[in-house]
Design a protein around this ligand. Structure first.
Ligand SMILES: C[S@@+](CC[C@H](N)C(=O)[O-])C[C@H]1O[C@@H](n2cnc3c(N)ncnc32)[C@H](O)[C@@H]1O
Length: 243
C-alpha cells in the first residue's frame, strides 16, 4: 500500500482515538456528552446486564487478541507493519464508541455523596486518574503507542526502533500506571449507580487478569531478566504495596 495512504490511515485512526478518549471522560463522568453511562432509556435489568456484558466482551477480546505477538505476526505478514498499531488503535476506539452508543443504563443507586466538598474532592481524583493515563502514555512513548511514529517513519523510509523498556517517573511507582489511572477514574465518583459499578467491576477484573496473564507474560518473554527484577521491585498496579 502507498506510504502516503498508510500515513493518512494512521492519522485518521489517531483522531478517532482522541475522540474516543475524550468522550470516555464525559461518558464515565456523566457530563458534557449526549450519552453517558447513566443516561438513556432504562431497559429491564436482564437486558441491560446481557447487552453490557457483550459490549465489554467485544472490547476485551479485540484488545487482548490484537495485542498478542502471534496476531501481530499474522497481521504484518499480510499488511504493512507500519499499519499494525494504527489498526489496533482504530479497532479499540471503534469498540469503545460502540460501548458508548449501545450502553444500557442501570440507575439504581449504590452510593451518592451528599457532601459538596467530598464530591469536589472525588471529581478531582476522577480527573487526576485521566491525567495519569495521558501522562503515562508519554512516559512510555505516546507516539509509538498510538502508531504515529510508525506511520511517520514509514513515510520517511526510516525504520521505527523497537520500543524501549521504561522504568521512569510513574513507572517507578507502579508497573502499570495507565491501568492505575483508569481504575482511579472509574472508581472515583460521587454518584455510583449499579450500571457504573457493573462497568467498573468488570473493567477492574479485566485489567488485573489481562495485565498479569497476558501483557506481563509477553513483557517477561521479550525483556527477560530485567523485567523480572522490575516485577520484584515495583508493585503491579497499587502503589506502595511492595517493600
Ligand atoms: C496500553 S499500554 C499499557 C502499559 C502499561 N500496562 C500501563 O498500564 O502503564 C500497552 C503497551 O505498553 C507496553 N509496556 C508496558 N510496560 C512497559 C514499560 N515498562 N516500558 C515500555 N513499554 C511498556 C506493552 O508492551 C504494550 O505494548
Amino acid at each position: 500500500m502507498k506510504k502516503s495512504i498508510i500515513f493518512i490511515y494512521g492519522i485518521v485512526a489517531y483522531c478517532i482515538f482522541l475522540v474516543a478518549f475524550l468522550y470516555a471522560i464525559g461518558f464515565v463522568g456523566n457530563f458534557f456528552v449526549p450519552k453517558t453511562i447513566d443516561s438513556g432509556v432504562e431497559p429491564t435489568l436482564l437486558k441491560a446486564i446481557l447487552t453490557n456484558t457483550i459490549l465489554l466482551s467485544v472490547f476485551a477480546i479485540q484488545h487482548s487478541v490484537m495485542a498478542r505477538p502471534k496476531f501481530k505476526k499474522w497481521f504484518t505478514s499480510i499488511f504493512s507493519p507500519a499499519m499494525e498499531r494504527s489498526t489496533y488503535i482504530l479497532l479499540s476506539s471503534l469498540a469503545l464508541l460502540l460501548i458508548y452508543w449501545q450502553w444500557q443504563p442501570i440507575t439504581i443507586l449504590v452510593w451518592k455523596i451528599e457532601n459538596d466538598i467530598l464530591s469536589i474532592i472525588l471529581m478531582g481524583i476522577f480527573f487526576a486518574g485521566w491525567l495519569i493515563v495521558l501522562l503515562s502514555t508519554f512516559m512510555i512513548n505516546h507516539f509509538e503507542l498510538f502508531g504515529l511514529a510508525q506511520i511517520y517513519n514509514n513515510l520517511k523510509n526510516k525504520k521505527t526502533p523497537n520500543p524501549k523498556f521504561q522504568t521512569n517517573y510513574l513507572y517507578k511507582l507502579v508497573r502499570h500506571p495507565i491501568m492505575l489511572g483508569f481504575l482511579i477514574a472509574f472508581w472515583a465518583t460521587p454518584t455510583m449507580t449499579v450500571g457504573h459499578l457493573f462497568f467498573t467491576l468488570i473493567t477492574t477484573i479485566y485489567i488485573f487478569i489481562a495485565v498479569k496473564y497476558l501483557e506481563e507474560k509477553d513483557l517477561r518473554k521479550y525483556i527477560g531478566e530485567a523485567y523480572e527484577t522490575y516485577q520484584n521491585e515495583v508493585p503491579m498496579i497499587i502503589p506502595f504495596t511492595k517493600k
